[in-house]
Write a protein that binds this ligand. Structure first.
Ligand code: SAH
Length: 257
């Protein structure tokens, strides 16, 4: 059995309870060494076999899992954040299915949640944005044309941009081309929830110079949108006395739009 476990964004205690229990039981852990906090591995049993996937190919990862399966052992494949985002788990699952190896996913706290917590922001403010676009710049992995940063920027929805901290020059150009104003609020969050976390607020028009000045070029999220600047938003309907919810009746008028 293989469990794809989300390790969370960095802080050791941001793994889920279920994920931690699986780590404690594992016969083998294959962890993404470049981004997973190695402190999590102290929860493993002393006899647990620990491999760092940063130095392994897909074929080597699958071979290590298959070898463990033959002895009836359980493998935890530990991915940073939540495995469903840029985790490259589908290609592993395809190989496991070919070999009839059972698997399951244990979700994790993604770094976009860790980054919002670090900044103390809410991505969805009434009257400003009710959507969050999770995307990346094209790098070695291509991004479909219709999902380019400029095309997505046209929505003026909150954006969390992964895997792009080394591409801020082009990113800034694309954001401006897509219609964001140079003075729109932006943030760079480096190693959210790690002890050396760093958050820097800037504007779309100063994104590149800010990243250069701060020397941030990896393990960072770039956040964009008016939700990052305070003021101007409307109060939510959920806690409005005039609004009936499944748990509470309206004090006065009923309005569920
Ligand atoms: N599955 C992960 C993302 C893996 S892709 C998740 O859900 O968060 C790796 C990218 O995630 C990095 O390039 C960076 O953009 C982002 N990232 C991962 N951990 C981060 C952290 N603690 N702080 C800021 N960005 C992080």
């Amino acid at each position: 059995m293989v469990y794809f476990v989300g390790a969370g964004p960095g802080a050791e205690d941001l793994i889920t309870v279920r994920g931690l229990r699986l780590l404690e039981q594992a016969d083998q852990v294959i962890y993404a060494g470049s981004l997973v906090n190695p402190g999590l591995l102290s929860s493993c049993r002393p006899e647990c076999r620990i491999l760092d996937s940063a130095r392994m190919t897909l074929e080597e990862v699958i071979a290590a899992i298959a070898a463990q399966e033959e002895t009836g052992g359980m493998t935890v494949r530990l991915h940073t954040g939540d495995p469903s985002l840029y985790g490259a788990i589908r290609e592993q699952i395809r190989e496991l299915e070919k070999r009839k190896i059972a698997w399951e996913i244990c979700p994790g706290v993604s770094s976009f949640s860790g980054a919002a917590a670090a900044l103390g922001v809410e991505y969805t403010l009434p009257g400003i944005s009710q959507s969050l676009i999770i995307t990346r710049m094209a790098g070695r992995t291509a991004v479909p044309e219709k999902e380019g940063i400029a095309a997505l920027s046209a929505h003026q929805a909150s954006m969390a941009i992964f895997l792009s901290a080394s591409l801020t020059g082009r990113l800034q150009e694309e954001l401006l081309k897509g219609g964001w104003k140079p003075e729109t609020a932006a943030a760079i969050v480096y190693k959210a929830t790690w002890p050396d976390e760093k958050t820097v607020l800037c504007m779309v028009g100063t994104l590149h110079e800010t990243a250069e000045r701060e020397g941030i070029w990896r393990t960072a999220l770039i956040l964009i949108g008016d939700v990052l600047s305070d003021g101007g938003f409307l109060r939510s309907r959920l806690y409005d006395p005039a609004f009936t919810t499944g748990f509470r009746r309206a004090v006065s008028r009923e309005d569920e739009t």
